[in-house]
Design a protein around this ligand. Structure first.
Ligand code: PRP
Ligand code: ZN
Length: 294
């Protein structure tokens, strides 16, 4: 088989993670030719193509090496990992698509503790994770595997409880179910094939990872620039616990004066700036960070 020279990224075609995933790829400088019914979208600028698939299919596409990267819920990845020897690797949590895989019981059930799950039939589309969680707690319950519509199983009488994803809780509420245990905290992640990606594709992958890091972190960071006496630097920096990548430059023609440039995680509010000014800083500038390469 001829080696591929273009990278392939798998993304959920339509669902909760789709839009934020497309936005992230766009912030990474990737764009694709997209048609309404296309599953394969050719990359316009960079040699990176997009595969639009069901989220459940992404872990296998990575494990088989059909795709190099995928944006998928940690729950799907972890469930797939229960069953195979060489699962895809989770590279980064992406900061969106937060939800949890939880056990829920009918609202009228008097639930006190996890021992009450013993002997129950629990419906789920995550049988591997649920079985593992039950085993760890030495609870013997029947895992009923369903492809979807898990939440109506108790009403249909095919299960006594469920184990499903919960985000807002609206689905549980609509089905008169109550969340009682968390099996897994999930979030959208960037995952990769377990095979080494080398050559040109490997280099491209490394570049993309740096862009992903910038795209997921840069917008919550601020660049602080200021001028001060060198003697005041320590007290100024002590006011900036989240500062990193700091550079201190001499100011030409003004001995004892320095310029400080610091990368600060999160907001820098007015009070903080006023405090820094009182500590001896002048000419303070706070700049949003759009892109960053370490
Ligand atoms: C999940 C889950 C519930 C719903 C919960 O399905 O199976 O149906 O979301 O969300 P809520 O707490 O905000 O109501 P999802 O839409 O991810 O579809 P899928 O499981 O079929 O992929
Ligand atoms: Zn799905």
């Amino acid at each position: 088989m001829k080696a591929r020279d273009r990278l392939r990224i798998a993304v959920q075609k339509s669902g909760r993670l789709s839009e934020p995933a497309f936005k992230l790829l766009e912030r990474c400088g990737l764009s694709f030719e997209r048609g309404s019914d296309r599953l394969f979208c050719f990359g316009d600028g960079e040699p990176v193509d997009l595969l639009l698939v069901r989220d459940d299919d992404i872990p296998a596409l990575l494990a088989q090496g059909v795709c190099d990267l995928g944006i998928v819920g940690r729950n799907k990845l972890a469930e797939y990992a229960c069953a195979v020897d060489a699962p895809p690797r989770e590279l980064r949590a992406l900061g969106f698509g937060g939800c949890r895989l939880s056990i829920a019981v009918p609202r009228e059930m008097q639930y006190r503790n996890v021992r009450q799950l013993a002997g129950l039939r629990i419906a789920t589309s995550h049988p591997g994770l649920l079985a593992c969680w039950l085993r760890d707690r030495e609870i013997s319950a029947e895992v009923v595997t369903l492809g979807g519509s898990v939440e109506i199983a108790p009403r249909l009488g095919t299960a006594d409880a469920i184990c499903d994803l919960v985000q807002s809780g609206a689905t549980l509420a609509a089905n008169r179910l109550r969340e009682v245990e968390t099996v897994l905290e999930s979030t959208a992640v960037l995952a990769s094939s377990p095979f080494a990606t080398d050559g040109a594709r490997g280099e491209l992958l490394a570049l993309l990872m740096a862009r992903v890091d910038s795209a997921t972190h840069a917008h919550v960071a601020r660049l602080l620039m200021l001028r001060s006496a060198r003697d005041s630097l320590d007290s100024i920096l002590s006011l900036l616990p989240s500062a990193s990548r700091t550079s201190v430059l001499d100011v030409a023609g003004q001995p004892g004066q320095v310029m400080l440039q610091a990368w600060c995680a999160g907001e820098l509010g007015w009070r903080k700036l006023e405090e820094i000014k009182r500590a001896g800083a002048r000419e303070l500038f706070v700049l949003p960070v759009e892109k960053a390469l370490a």
